[in-house]
Design a protein around this ligand. Structure first.
Ligand SMILES: COc1ccc(-c2ccn(CCC(=O)N3C[C@@H](C)O[C@H](C)C3)n2)cc1OC1CCCC1
Ligand SMILES: [Mg+2]
Ligand SMILES: [Zn+2]
Length: 329
């Protein structure tokens, strides 16, 4: 039976059309994710009941907090970036539909209920979440717990037609991917990824063959980490809007740290040069090495991304030079 245009039969198509219309901006996360599920035929493949998918996405979207950066727009952005990256020719036929379902789902839920504060802040202020998760990937544990809690209501359980075994594997993949978005895991994650690609290159076959769960999930963990760190690879006008949102969120944390008599985190200091300096530092230390490794896997698919990343870094270096020359003379 053909799926209705809006995904569900409804007596009020106009009202639903408004709700789902991404232009109207009310529900960007639901609109983008629903569209991706449709485009990838996930609704049919996994017999997902459309009204349950809408109910889940509405509840998920409403569970993202209204903070400047880590809000529902970031969730929608990482989901859309994941969708595009999964189409890279180098990995196009590597992952099966279960892994794709897990990757898209993990991306859209990965920062749900984010408080706009960092893990170090939650830990040093002995926040309930830091106590609950023993200081270990505190936010990331919370995000994935909230995502699965929302599934417990039957009218939101989009995976109700998966077998118990399929659900178990999906849950493991999603937990593994969301926990991998913690920056504290970056170095190990990237080192393991580089070792895997090195070993594959040695084996000589020109396309990626991944047998074990561990090898497959390692690539998916780096993939969601790339999607989470994709702001710097976007066109400058988009990228600079994300920076502005993030700085407002960090400066608010800096204010809270000062009010509490705590040391102000370096990224939370309000000053005209910190923005450029930190972006340059972050791109050089983390973002470029990660995207260069990803670029070697999907070569030449990521060339535009790598060029945009280099241009964005140069833009920061130019603005920093302009700033420091104006302040020194
Ligand atoms: C637009 O700028 C950024 C966009 C995204 C990130 C970034 C790094 C790691 N992630 C993954 C999630 C994570 O671990 N954290 C914890 C902390 C690093 O703050 C991040 C925001 C979230 N996301 C960093 C960005 O800039 C750097 C941070 C301030 C100046 C330079
Ligand atoms: Mg996060
Ligand atoms: Zn994120």
């Amino acid at each position: 039976t053909p799926i209705p245009e809006l995904g569900v039969e409804t007596p009020q198509p106009e009202e639903l059309r408004v709700e789902l219309n991404p232009i109207s901006g009310e529900r960007p996360l639901t609109a983008i994710t629903y569209r991706i599920f449709q485009e990838r035929d996930l609704i049919r493949t996994f017999s997902i009941e459309p009204h349950k998918l809408l109910s889940y996405l509405f509840a998920l979207e409403d569970s993202y907090q209204q903070v400047p950066y880590h809000n529902k727009l970031h969730g929608a952005d990482v989901c859309q970036s994941m969708h595009v990256l999964l189409n890279s020719s180098g990995i196009k036929d590597v992952f099966n539909e279960f892994e794709i379902l897990a990757a898209i789902f993990a991306a859209v839920v990965h920062d749900v209920h984010h408080s706009g504060l960092t893990n170090p802040f939650l830990i040093k202020t002995k926040n309930d979440l830091a106590i609950l998760y023993n200081n270990e990937s505190v936010l990331e544990n919370h995000h994935v717990a909230v995502a699965f809690k929302l599934l417990q209501a039957d009218e939101r359980n989009i995976f109700s037609n998966l077998s118990a075994e399929q659900m178990e594997t999906l849950r493991k993949r999603v937990v593994d991917m969301v926990l991998a978005t913690d920056m504290a895991k970056h170095k190990t994650l990237l080192a393991d990824f580089q070792n895997l690609l090195e070993a594959k290159k040695m084996s000589g076959n020109d396309y990626l063959t991944l047998e074990s769960y561990d090898d497959r999930i390692l690539v998916l963990k780096n993939l969601i980490h790339c999607a989470d760190l994709s702001n710097m690879t976007k066109p400058l006008d988009t990228y600079s809007k994300w920076i502005d949102r993030l700085m407002v969120e960090f400066w608010k944390q800096g204010d809270a740290e000062r009010d509490l008599g705590l040391d102000i985190s370096p990224m939370c200091v309000r000053s005209p040069t910190t923005k450029d300096k930190h972006q340059i530092g972050f791109i050089n230390s983390f973002v470029h090495p990660l995207w260069e490794t990803w670029g070697s896997l999907v070569y030449p698919d990521a060339n535009t991304i790598l060029e945009t990343l280099a241009q964005n870094r140069e833009w920061h270096e130019a603005s920093l030079a302009a700033l420091t020359s104006s302040t020194t003379d």
